[in-house]
Ligand binder design. Sequence first.
Ligand SMILES: NC(=O)c1ccc[n+]([C@@H]2O[C@H](COP(=O)([O-])OP(=O)(O)OC[C@H]3O[C@@H](n4cnc5c(N)ncnc54)[C@H](O)[C@@H]3O)[C@@H](O)[C@H]2O)c1
Length: 350
Amino acid sequence: MIPNLNIVPFVSVDHMMKLVLKIGERFLTELAFYIEDDFRRWEAFDKSPRVASHSAEGVIELMPTSDGEVYGFKYVNGHPKNMREGRQTVTAFGMLADVHNGYPVLLSEMTILTALRTAAMSALAAKHLAPPGADCMALIGNGAQAEFQALAFKALLGVRKLRFFDIDRSATEKCIRNLAGFGFEMVACRSTEEAVEGAEIITTVTADKQYATILTDNMVGSGVHINAVGGDCPGKTELHRDILLRSDIFVEYPPQTRIEGEIQQLAPDHEVTELWQVITGAVPGRRDPAQITLFDSVGFAIEDFSALRYVRDQLRSTGLYQELDMLADPDEPRDLFGMLLRAAVVAKTG
Ligand SMILES: NC(=O)c1ccc[n+]([C@@H]2O[C@H](COP(=O)([O-])OP(=O)(O)OC[C@H]3O[C@@H](n4cnc5c(N)ncnc54)[C@H](O)[C@@H]3O)[C@@H](O)[C@H]2O)c1
């Protein structure tokens, strides 16, 4: 008999924070390795654009995938107006399950984990696309995701100089306060134009439910790498279309990015390169110093699968999880109702 089939390990927000603090900066580099590993075996995964339920204020999405052994999904929302009401713009949780019996093997918070995986993915893409030796990044949008992005670019690329801009000055001040002590040279800028001056990498990570124009063509010099994170829904973009026409565009999963990414502004057959092919070495990333490279990030299910896989691999050594009584599991599988009756007897007799 297999004991405790009812139990699923659960990683709460508290345990996730303890895990991240215990592992430190290594969390981002190791998470990037896990994503890299899974992108190398891209063809082994079930893939589909995420299932999105749109409303006037935002979106709720389900992001499933499977490698034939393990199944995973993430629930995630995106509500840019939430921040003004004291809520997160993005919250998430996710699950892994055993494909062979369908039983969940992990349930986890993913609000913090999404910020980490998004940052790790951005930095992993930039490793192949940014100018070699780049050490200065403009960070446009200084909300919940911003510090994670900064730390991933430091851990994976050695970025040391940050130039911040946000329409809300207090968001920039928060970032600079939070990142003091991490060894960055940091400048608060008064405009996007000022922030991109001298930056070899431009990260846009703003939240606004519209076709926004955070970057215009004149702000983007030759040789720059753009990490466009905030445009990730139909009708929600950050870059002027002219920038896209000058850039070599790299994406996660084209059928999803064509719906959600910056490239929704382009013809459906506009040429893009799939990042997994750059990661396997099948096609080149950056080819020349003058090239403008663009990672049109929207966030794909395989990255969440990798992140959950990484977290699961840390549980045994750290013990940072709870045992959740989540699956009804009577001793005789067909006696589900009998289990209920026995519970009624126990409740009556105390
Ligand atoms: N691509 C991905 O994988 C991925 C993952 C997570 C989040 N996101 C997206 O990233 C964005 C940021 O998420 P967050 O959790 O940090 O949101 P947030 O609401 O915490 O922060 C967004 C920040 O952008 C600023 N901003 C809005 N418009 C601006 C403008 N025109 N110029 C400069 N700053 C501006 C806001 O003042 C705010 O500080 C969201 O759009 C979210 O949907 C993408």
